[in-house]
Design a protein around this ligand. Structure first.
Ligand SMILES: Nc1ncnc2c1ncn2[C@@H]1O[C@H](COP(=O)(O)OP(=O)(O)O)[C@@H](O)[C@H]1O
Ligand SMILES: [Mg+2]
Length: 216
C-alpha cells in the first residue's frame, strides 16, 4: 500500500536517499530509525508530499504521489494524519478547537463526541478549554497527536512524537498508535528512543547509507 521505488533525494551536495526501495503493507505499524541526519524527517516529508524526490516513484493508496497535481496533493494530505516536530496551532484558541480542526474542514457532525474521545486517549480530557499557548511542550505534543488521529486517517506519520514526553506517557502513546494500526491504519513513527523500540517489538525501517531496510 506504500512503496518507495528507486528513490533518490539529494540536497545540493547532500545525498539523503540513493536508489532506496521499500514497501509497507496496510495496517503495519513501523518504527523509522536511523542516526540523526540519516533522513527520517526527509522520508516522512516525501511520503506526505511536502517534498518531491529527484528520482523514483512513491505509491500510496494506489497512486504515484510524485505525479499528483497541487489539488490531488492537498486531497491526499487531508487523508493522512501527520505529527511533525514543529506542529502549527492557532495559539489563542483552545485545545478542543485546535483538535477539532480536521473535523471542521470536513464538516463533521459529531465534533463534540469525537474531540472528547480523542482527548481522553491522550490524557488531556480535563484540558479541552485551555488555550494552546499556555500548554507545556508535552501537552502540545499530545494535542498534535489528538488532532492527527481524530479523522481516523488511513495513514499516520509521526516525527519523533514522544520527544518531549516521559517514558510512561511515551509508551502509552506509542501503544495507542499500535492499536490504531490493528484497526487498519498504517502507522510510521520516526524515533531515536531505542529503549521503546526494543521494548515494543514492532517492525523497523532503518535508514543507513542512503538506503531503506526493513526488519520484521
Ligand atoms: N531543506 C534542506 N536543505 C538542505 N539539506 C537538508 C534539508 N533538509 C534536510 N537536509 C539534510 O538532509 C539530511 C537528512 O536530514 P533529516 O531528514 O532531517 O534527518 P533526520 O530526521 O534523520 O535527523 C541531513 O544531512 C540534513 O542536514
Ligand atoms: Mg528528524
Amino acid at each position: 500500500m506504500i512503496s518507495f521505488n528507486n528513490i533518490c533525494k539529494i540536497y545540493s551536495r547532500n545525498k539523503v536517499f540513493y536508489d532506496a526501495n521499500l514497501s509497507i503493507c496496510k495496517g503495519d505499524f513501523v518504527f523509522l530509525t536511523g542516526e540523526s541526519g540519516s533522513g527520517k524527517t526527509t522520508f516522512l516529508r516525501l511520503l506526505s508530499g511536502l517534498e518531491s524526490p529527484d528520482k523514483g516513484k512513491i505509491f500510496v493508496l494506489n497512486a504515484d504521489i510524485t505525479k499528483h497535481t497541487k489539488k490531488e496533493l492537498s486531497d491526499y494530505r487531508r487523508k493522512i494524519g501527520i505529527i511533525m516536530q514543529d506542529n502549527i496551532f492557532i495559539e489563542n484558541e483552545t485545545v478542543s478547537y485546535n483538535t477539532s480542526l480536521p473535523l471542521i474542514i470536513s464538516n463533521d457532525k459529531e465534533i463534540h463526541s469525537k474531540v472528547s474521545a480523542v482527548l481522553n486517549l491522550v490524557e488531556l480530557d480535563n484540558k479541552g478549554n485551555k488555550i494552546i499557548k499556555n500548554l507545556s511542550a508535552g501537552e502540545r505534543q499530545r494535542v498534535a497527536i489528538a488532532r492527527a488521529i481524530i479523522n481516523k486517517p488511513d495513514i499516520i506519520l509521526a516525527d519523533e512524537p514522544t520527544g518531549n514526553l516521559d517514558h510512561k506517557l511515551s509508551k502509552n502513546i506509542i501503544q495507542m498508535l499500535i492499536k490504531l494500526s490493528k484497526y487498519g491504519a498504517t502507522v510510521i513513527v520516526a524515533t531515536h528512543e531505542f529503549s521503546l523500540v526494543k521494548e515494543l517489538k514492532q517492525k523497523i525501517i532503518n535508514i543507513n547509507n542512503e538506503k531503506l531496510y526493513i526488519k520484521e
